[in-house]
Unconditional design. Structure first.
Length: 397
């Protein structure tokens, strides 16, 4: 039923020159999936459009099968007031090809010193986050949680204790020690998650943890959920599929949090299997080629991932038997929409039998830095439809 209706409603997908594509669709060789939802992306506009724009970011997202994304607030200006937020809202209205839900900052300028104008921004933001920075002061986080609760909004936290970073830029593990790099301790992440789960319990705030990467983080969140804390969390594809043993001396392997140990990766996989981890988000973080060309120590933190997330996860987790396709869809579509109150707004069509190598030069994103370059994956997006409009359509081969 869905396939027939889809073809009747979107005839451009099957132009007269492509009877083979139409035949493959109607014969069931293509798979229709709900539009994915990514609650953690960096589209860099306003302020850093040389890295990415709302236009290029949403085009890349649509190519990855996503029909809804939530954009992080480390922008210029930081969306810490209705006036600053309006700049981003105008660009979204003009240029986005899928649904974009911006975050408002927790603190003014993401400096962690004074609460942003949360009341004023609440109607136009999906939640509040200082992503890119952890909120260091406990009293500020308590105030933010209390305010967010009164507004019916989530606090979404990048958890990082600054005093535990000690100039690190990769995981403080075997690779760092054997290659002479400064490491980022696991405690810098999990210690703040532990604090915030306690504060969420105390305030009754709905709390979501960004990009968890350590086994301790999984354990803390599992126990917090069992104790009735209103907490959810996400991890990212690279933490599930890679670890420090895969590292190379190249900036495309540098992200924050860093790739951790094999034990951490296996704990994250258990977390997605047992429901401790609610969502998989990409943390799509594009930078210029120059910014990513300075090695592990000096390159900017962040990799791109929204065009490759589903093929990587489908190949690495579903086809290998780690989780089912249904569970993957819960993690990248159902759960994020339910947690953040985002309606199902479209679908994507996939050729799950198509095998190819990931080629960054083929990306629609301005960013090219991915540690998965050259990896063979299954799953090619043929069509993405958002709110009744074609957002992406694969080119004829």
């Amino acid at each position: 039923m869905l396939k027939t209706v889809t073809m009747a409603k979107y005839p451009d997908f099957a132009p007269s020159a492509s009877k083979e594509r139409l035949s493959r669709f109607l014969n069931g060789e293509y798979t229709v999936l709900p539009g994915f939802c990514d609650v953690h992306v960096h589209f860099r506009e306003p302020g850093f459009s040389y890295k990415e724009t709302i236009k290029t970011g949403t085009l890349a997202a649509a190519r990855g099968g996503y029909t809804a994304v939530c954009t992080m607030p480390n922008l210029d200006p930081v969306p810490d007031s209705a006036e600053h937020l309006s700049r981003q809202l105008e660009i979204i209205k003009r240029d986005a090809v899928i649904d974009v839900f911006p975050y408002g900052a927790i603190t003014v300028g993401e400096k962690g010193e004074k609460l942003s104008d949360m009341n004023e921004m609440a109607p136009d933001v999906i939640a509040f986050s200082d992503d890119g920075k952890g909120v260091q002061a406990e009293e500020i986080m308590i105030s933010a949680m209390e305010k967010a609760k009164s507004l019916g909004k989530l606090i979404v936290a990048h958890c990082e204790v600054n005093e535990l970073l000690r100039g690190g830029y990769i995981h403080d593990g075997v690779y760092a020690k054997t290659h002479g790099h400064r490491g980022i301790s696991s405690e810098s992440e999990w210690a703040q998650i532990e604090r915030d789960c306690y504060l969420a319990k105390k305030t009754g705030c709905a709390y979501h943890v960004c990009h968890i990467s350590t086994k301790e983080s999984v354990d803390i969140i599992r126990k917090a959920k069992a104790n009735g804390v209103n907490v959810s969390c996400e991890t990212a594809p690279h933490y599930l599929l890679l670890d420090e043993n895969d590292l190379k001396e190249d900036g495309k392997w540098k992200m924050n949090p860093p790739l951790r140990s094999r034990e951490d990766r296996l704990a994250l996989i258990e977390g997605i299997k047992d429901g401790t981890i609610d969502c998989i988000a990409t943390d799509h973080a594009p930078h210029s080629a120059e910014e990513k060309s300075k090695g592990l120590e000096k390159s900017a933190f962040g990799i791109v991932g929204i065009e490759t997330a589903f093929p990587l996860l489908y190949t690495g987790l579903v086809k290998s038997g780690v989780i089912t396709l249904e569970r993957l869809l819960e993690l990248i579509c159902v759960n994020p929409r339910n947690r953040f109150g985002i309606p199902n707004n479209g679908f994507s069509v996939w050729d799950l039998n198509s095998e190819y190598e990931i080629d960054p030069m083929d990306f629609l994103s301005k960013g090219r830095a991915t540690p998965f370059e050259g990896r063979k994956v299954f799953g090619k997006c043929m069509l993405t439809v958002c709110v009744g409009k074609i957002a992406y359509q694969a080119k004829e081969e």
